[in-house]
Design a protein around this ligand. Structure first.
Ligand code: ATP
Ligand code: MG
Length: 354
């Protein structure tokens, strides 16, 4: 939880301070009043990650630096600043005035964001789905980021070699071994996550969508035989060398895999209504919160709902508020009238004006 936030030259904010509640914080304002900017600042100071464009864009256009300060539930002071000089961006993050490494997971407050672009998860590209699941895995398993980055580097190097007209099949042997080893770890962790989600998903979904119940399943889709994945992938690489050479691109591995959502064994993509997709995403966020909580004993995740809350129907909104009553939650809306009845009297309302 964070109770205090000070923004200096962060996006549209020149110098502004906010006080927050431990429970629900409703951020209300017209379009372009700074709601998403505020959500983004909370995400950044807690988890050091933004869900929008990075770097220089975060600094107010009239300035060459921004500064964010927050006080958390243990009275820790978190400070983050970006300075831009000569096209070079330098970042500084401190906790009680001590410098913290960007990569260190320690003392980060986990964030769960639900925002409009998440709604493309089911119908959008497979890359979005892989990224989404990989992001959860990065929060859950310490080594996952390292493995994923290693895999990306291997693909880049291997693609370079494929492009090289002088390269021959025997040059690829060490790269294929490395690719298969890392790919195997990635797929193992993705399958593990999907299996955990599958154990929870029906229970949570059917609790929210009482009127129409499905048997929901998340499925991992790969063109390799999953039972003997490593050997199969290695064989695909060896058998298809000429094809890969022709395209100068690595055609096999988890960077081509997909995750499919099934409602009663049919693909949600072609069957689910918009409301059902919204509910499905919401269910994934709830499960994400459960998993993070099981994994991080120090900080409960903070929930950020940007623009999506008012579009849920009344009963789903009610469930959500009940479910997340022990969490700190930030909800943005342009029209408080629609949703104000869902909240209790002690909801903290933050009014933003243009
Ligand atoms: N680096 C920046 N410097 C100055 N202004 C910025 C910067 N980045 C964004 N803005 C401006 O901040 C304003 C508020 O943006 P924000 O996305 O927070 O609005 P919002 O309240 O979420 O609106 P909506 O209801 O349309 O989602 C916008 O007018 C945007 O152009
Ligand atoms: Mg917005």
């Amino acid at each position: 939880m964070i109770f205090n936030l000070n923004l200096v030259n962060f996006r549209s904010y020149e110098n502004e301070s906010f006080e927050f509640n431990p429970g629900v914080n409703l951020i209300v304002g017209p379009n372009a009043s700074g709601k998403t900017n505020l959500i983004e600042a909370i995400s950044l100071i807690c988890s050091l990650k933004s869900f929008r464009l990075k770097g220089g864009d975060l600094i107010n256009h009239q300035s060459d630096f921004f500064y964010i300060k927050a006080i958390d539930q243990f009275n820790f002071q978190r400070e983050l600043s970006y300075h831009l000089s000569d096209n070079h961006l330098s970042k500084k993050y401190t906790l009680n005035h001590l410098k913290i490494k960007n990569r260190s997971q320690q003392r980060k407050i986990p964030i769960i964001i639900f925002e409009p672009s998440n709604l493309n998860l089911v119908n959008g590209s497979s890359e979005k789905r892989r990224d989404y699941f990989d992001q959860i895995n990065q929060n859950l398993f310490k080594s996952y980021s390292r493995i994923l980055n290693q895999y990306k580097r291997i693909i880049v190097q291997r693609n370079k070699l494929l492009k090289d007209p002088r390269s021959q099949i025997h040059d690829f042997f060490p790269w294929n071994i490395r690719l298969v080893e890392t790919a195997n770890l990635i797929v193992e962790k993705r399958l593990e996550l999907i299996s955990i989600i599958n154990q929870k998903i029906n229970h949570v979904y059917n609790k929210i969508a009482k009127n129409k119940i499905y048997n929901i399943e998340v499925e991992y889709k790969t063109n390799q035989n999953i039972k003997n994945y490593a050997n199969n992938l290695l064989k695909s690489l060896e058998d298809n060398f000429l094809l890969e050479k022709k395209y100068s691109y690595s055609l096999f591995g988890p960077h081509h895999d997909d995750i499919v959502f099934k409602f009663d064994q049919r693909e949600a993509k072609s069957l689910a209504s918009r409301g059902e997709i919204r509910t499905l995403i919401l269910v994934l966020k709830i499960i994400e919160a459960q998993l993070i909580e099981e994994n991080n004993q120090t900080y409960k995740p903070i929930l950020l709902f940007d623009d999506v809350f008012s579009e849920l129907d009344g009963s789903r909104r009610k469930y959500l508020i009940e479910y997340f009553q022990d969490y700190q939650i930030f909800i943005t809306t342009t029209d408080a009238d629609i949703i104000i009845k869902d909240f209790s009297k002690n909801t903290n309302i933050i009014l933003l004006n243009n």
